[in-house]
Design a protein around this ligand. Sequence first.
Ligand code: XMP
Length: 319
Amino acid sequence: DWTMAAYRDEAIRLIREQVGDAQVICGLSGGVDSSVAAVLIHEAIGDQLTCVFVDHGLLRQNEAEEVVGMFRDHYNIPLIHADESELFLGALEGVSDPETKRKTIGKLFIDVFQKYADQIEGAEFLAQGTLYPDVIESVSFSGGPSVTIKSHHNVGGLPEKMGLKLVEPLRELFKDEVRALGHELGLPASFIGRHPFPGPGLAIRCPGEITREKLEILRKADAVYIDQIRKHGLYDEIWQAFVAILPVRTVGVMGDGRTYDYACALRAVTSVDGMTADYYPFSHEFLGETATRIINEVKGINRVTYDITSKPPGTIEWE
Ligand code: XMP
């Protein structure tokens, strides 16, 4: 009789057997897979686990606080909050080509992760939230929302380079099973049901040059949009929803004055695996209300559009 509780007990036994007395490092992104892996491994080996959360300055509003609050304060998991936003944003200055952005972020991510991992004495293992679909798909990036370092940043080979052995306790599971296991481990539903978030973060939702000003505007608009979606009870029906800030200013009127501010695009899609997607059919009422709220509440945006492109031919992200 197979239950998630039994799976969890067996997984814990296997982790203990594999790791022994050694130290384990886990790259935590705040996504479902790495979160479940971290909590499971922590149940198995306690403080032999240290998590490293790389903050590249391209996270959403309150995201770092939420991750640190959950893992360090709630679960008492030793956690290094690697706040390297200056480094990443500095390197991205003047960069507008999408591939260059991704490569810059991916390379720095490895450097930073390695720097912090080197500080953990006696580390012999690297934990990853690799899922079964990642295992069977041999390409380095599956296009899926998994949050292993490998698929996020195309850094296959990192464990070997660092001389670490892998711990991958979710290797036999599909996404829905990982969610069930997360539930079994007591992770809050708000964490388990989170929409996927790409490794390069807000960088690929900010076409053109990334500036702190644009990131700040984007964070605020995104928070209002997600709040609207939650308030209307639509969050769980949608695979992924976010705002992209467009590299263009347009003219508007507000009160007696003229405005000249950024335009943004709302994106929301339904999907099974992220490989194909349909735009979500919001009501006009919802869209109108959301546009009004964003323009009223977010200084710097005076025009809101809705992206009705499906995948293919569009991708889910804008870059
Ligand atoms: P696209 O935009 O290619 O995205 O339709 C498909 C899914 O993958 C996510 N995505 C990424 N995930 N690293 C990731 O781990 C990345 O570099 C990356 N780029 C896109 C995207 O958010 C969507 O869920």
